[in-house]
Write a protein that binds this ligand. Structure first.
Ligand SMILES: Cc1ncc(COP(=O)(O)O)c(C=O)c1O
Length: 395
């Protein structure tokens, strides 16, 4: 007797539904479904991301400059020259990463402003990217920010909102964002996570690639100052990920709490006075500062930072901002230590931004006198060291 062929049922349906059974009653709880996809918004976003990524394609890598030291010391010092980015500082990389991160998270909307708390360099770079994708930009900065940086932000189409107390930049930015329906970029929170620390041509991968044919291709030390802490975190994580032995030193200026917070292991450390070295030194332990990744810190007197940028100008013919001086002072101190210990190797620090932005500050003797800064003893320490190899910090 012919039998009817069995009805095929996928395994997931066996025991659940029968072709011959009546349909089950409608469930009490319907599926809720909210679709916020917006083709216009997605089209705008794709175009904005394309513009930011295309900008990266047009940018070349920055130079690694050799700081001249006597050949026979067997120690090489380099400065990664971040001043040659289109917006003149290492913050160009960060601003690009922050924009991509915020765009891909759906945080930046057409026509809505981007707001940032900054000591100026990040704001300048972000003003450039905001203009590129066509959204308004507001920089919230301490009133002491150099007038040249304010001018450059306005040149990029940004608006500057200056505050008297540097500690209020975060809350003022959040308030402006809430009032305008805009987005507070918050570099101090997001810098460390917006940058791809494993590589992707980040600053660390770039430096190691550039050192590959040098006599000491794996540096003994990377010296990076901290504003958000993002740059030092990127270096430190990349070094560990690549299993290098390089150590990371973060020099901190006066009027910053990073050094005290790091040495005491105190995440609540604060500083009441704003930093005189623009771009670095913060009044609170910023979320993007990653203490566990840092090997060493130094507290550098502001006069030593200024002395070091003046020395850089004399030796290399290049003016740089104060944070470059803070890093250079610490780097030369480490070179002196290596020399005294008979060690050979290389040290890398950063030329963070150009000194032309600070002619009325670090290059002005009037400003130094107003600030009560005497750079003479520190200049002598540096000059003596470069001439003899002996490092003395005595007055
Ligand atoms: C001039 C300058 N140097 C150094 C830094 C420190 O970089 P980071 O924020 O990655 O710690 C900054 C940060 O704003 C800066 O503006």
């Amino acid at each position: 007797m012919p039998t009817s062929a069995p009805v095929y049922r996928p395994p997931s349906m066996i025991g659940l539904v029968s072709a011959t059974e009546p349909a089950p009653p409608v469930a009490d709880l319907p599926t809720q479904d909210v679709d916020r996809s917006d083709p216009d918004q997605r089209g705008w976003l794709k175009e904005a991301v394309r513009k930011v990524r295309a900008e990266s394609g047009r940018s070349a890598d920055t130079h690694l400059l050799a700081f001249p030291l006597p050949e026979e010391w067997g120690i090489d010092l380099y400065l990664k020259d971040e001043s040659t980015h289109p917006t003149g500082s290492l913050k160009h990389r960060l601003a690009r990463s922050l924009f991509l991160y915020a765009l891909c998270n759906g945080w930046i909307r057409p026509g809505r402003p981007v707001i940032e708390a900054s000591s100026g360099s990040t704001a300048l770079s972000e003003a450039y990217f905001a203009k590129l994708i066509g959204v308004p930009f507001i920089a919230v900065m301490p009133r002491t920010t150099s007038s040249e940086k304010t001018r450059l932000i306005e040149f990029q189409g940004g608006t500057c909102h200056l505050v008297d107390d540097p500690r209020t930049v975060y809350e003022v930015s959040a308030r402006l964002a809430a009032e305008s329906g805009g987005h507070f970029m918050d570099q101090f929170t997001y810098a460390e996570r917006a940058t791809d620390w494993r590589g992707n041509n980040n600053i660390a991968e770039s430096v190691y690639g550039q050192l590959s044919r040098e006599r000491h291709p794996e540096p003994a030390w990377i010296v990076a100052t901290a504003g958000t802490g993002g740059t030092s975190a990127t270096f430190a994580r990349y070094i560990r990920y690549m299993q290098y032995d390089t150590r990371v030193c973060v020099p901190d200026p006066e009027n910053s709490c990073f050094f005290e917070g790091w040495t005491r292991g105190d995440p609540e450390a604060t500083s009441a006075t704003g930093s005189r070295i623009e771009g670095i030194g913060r009044p609170r332990m910023e979320p993007s500062f990653v203490p566990g990744a840092i090997d060493r810190m130094m507290k550098v007197p502001d006069a030593a930072s200024v002395a070091a940028v003046r020395t850089l100008d004399r030796v290399l013919g290049r003016k740089a901002g104060g944070s470059t001086g803070t890093g250079l002072w610490s780097s030369l101190r480490i070179v002196a230590e290596m020399l005294a210990a008979g060690e050979q190797g290389s040290v890398v620090t950063l030329l963070c931004d150009p000194g032309e932005r600070y002619l009325d500050k670090y290059y002005s003797d009037v400003w130094l006198a107003e600030q009560g800064l005497d750079i003479g003893p520190y200049v002598r320490t540096l000059e003596r060291f470069l001439a003899t190899g002996a490092w003395t910090e005595h007055r």
